[in-house]
Design a protein around this ligand. Structure first.
Ligand code: C5P
Length: 221
């Protein structure tokens, strides 16, 4: 079993804050390009419905940051690797998208993500291939997007530096993520599109919450 699974699956079983979702297999899959607002929406949905949340981008960032053989890094990733404080930089994002092209790296991380998605209690995962590859059976699929300029501006507010450089970084990463052969970034046919270009974070979260509530109500049928 992957080292991440041993730790995260145990945490899911004992986390008392997740009691409200116990007995539910329900996955919210959130995909979209860099800095579109996937994380903000994912965290808000997880908090609102008592679901577990996995930022899958962090897995690839941690693999890229570890250095050495990326396949070995992916196979041996530990919770400590995900806790590094240098994973949010532009450089870590670029390194992540380079290792993410490798099918063997992706394969090493699939089982953990699938188990997380379908574990008892409900889960939200955000990334690039959640609705298409990791969990095509997800009860709710969201494709969160925004113009490249809007996304770069948001990322620039977080990381600072030269805004034009942040924009070219975002565009380059989107291109690599969309054009790769294995699990490219693309909207699942049944995903709801949320364009956050002209939405506040609160408004975007409200749209997503409405879609999850509707799906839960259909499930209770
Ligand atoms: O979401 P975030 O920007 O942290 O992701 C970093 C990189 O990890 C992405 O640019 C992408 O190359 C890769 N990634 C991926 N599949 C995912 C999540 C992230 O390929 N499910």
């Amino acid at each position: 079993m992957h080292p991440l699974c041993i730790r995260f699956c145990a945490l899911r079983r004992v986390n008392p804050s997740r009691d409200s979702g116990a007995g539910v297999i329900f996955t919210v899959a959130i995909d979209g390009p860099a800095a579109a607002g996937k994380g903000t929406i994912g965290r808000a949905i997880a908090a609102r419905f008592g679901f577990a949340h996995l930022d899958t981008g962090l897995l690839y960032r941690a693999v890229g940051a570890k250095g050495g053989d990326p396949v070995q890094a992916a196979q041996s990733l530990t919770p400590g690797d995900l806790a590094r404080d240098d994973l949010r930089t532009l450089a870590a994002g670029q390194a992540a998208s380079v290792v993410a092209v490798d099918p063997e790296v992706r394969a090493a991380l699939i089982a953990f993500q699938r188990r997380f998605a379908r574990a008892d209690g409900g889960a939200v995962l955000d990334g690039r291939d959640i609705g298409t590859v990791i969990c095509p059976e997800a009860e709710v699929k969201l494709y969160v997007t925004a113009s490249a300029e809007t996304r770069a501006h948001r990322r620039w507010l977080e990381v600072g530096g030269d805004e034009a450089r942040v924009l070219s970084d975002v565009v380059e990463r989107d291109r690599r993520d969309s054009e790769r052969a294995e699990a490219p970034l693309k909207r699942a046919a049944d995903a709801h599109v949320i364009d956050t270009s002209a939405l506040s974070a609160e408004a975007a979260v409200a749209v997503a919450v409405g879609l999850v509530e509707a799906a839960l109500a259909r499930g209770r049928g």
